[in-house]
Design a binder for this molecule. Structure first.
Ligand code: FES
Length: 165
């Protein structure tokens, strides 16, 4: 679904997600995951719809979600840049790679560039630790990434949409 869908669309999506889960706070995380899967992010409207349907306040749901790096609170960009935050990538300078991507895109982790082109996410192990540190751009995994290779990866990953800075 488009991030610009109407409130009634959002309510319908959230209602469908809630209907697939058991009632109660124990289901909150899986519900939030499924809402994000369906809508691309946790919008204020989706959390208000969740409150209406479950009685779990939007503030509480937001507070819980902010504990987890997997949740987004802004619409995703057209191109999704995922930096691995798993142990193998972390010990092999994944943090420096993340900083360089953040610098080149001009946004922090969990944010989307103002033109809507890129969103930057930090994710758990991407499952290819021997190739660490790794970065995925629109699902394409790049291995042994260094800060110097970041601009190439961003260009290669999306077909030349972002140049060197
Ligand atoms: S820790 Fe990064 S791929 Fe496993």
């Amino acid at each position: 679904m488009s991030p610009s869908c109407s409130c009634s669309d959002v309510e319908a999506v959230v209602a469908e997600v809630v209907s697939r889960h058991a009632a109660g706070r124990g289901s909150l995380i899986p519900i939030l995951q499924d809402i994000q899967e369906a809508l691309g992010y946790l919008s204020p409207a989706s959390l208000r719809a969740l409150e209406k349907l479950t009685g779990i306040s939007a503030n509480e749901a937001y507070g819980v979600a902010t504990f987890y790096t997997q949740f987004r609170f802004t619409p995703p960009g057209r191109h999704r840049v995922q930096v691995c935050n798993g142990t193998a990538c972390h010990v092999r300078s994944g943090g420096q790679v993340t900083e360089e991507i953040s610098r080149q895109l001009g946004v922090g982790v969990g944010e989307t560039t103002p033109d809507g082109e890129f969103s930057l996410e930090r994710v758990a192990c991407l499952g290819c630790c021997a190739l660490s540190p790794v970065v995925a751009v629109d699902g394409k995994v790049h291995a042994n990434v260094t800060p110097k290779r970041v601009s190439f990866i961003l260009k290669d990953g999306i077909g030349g949409g972002k140049g060197e800075k």
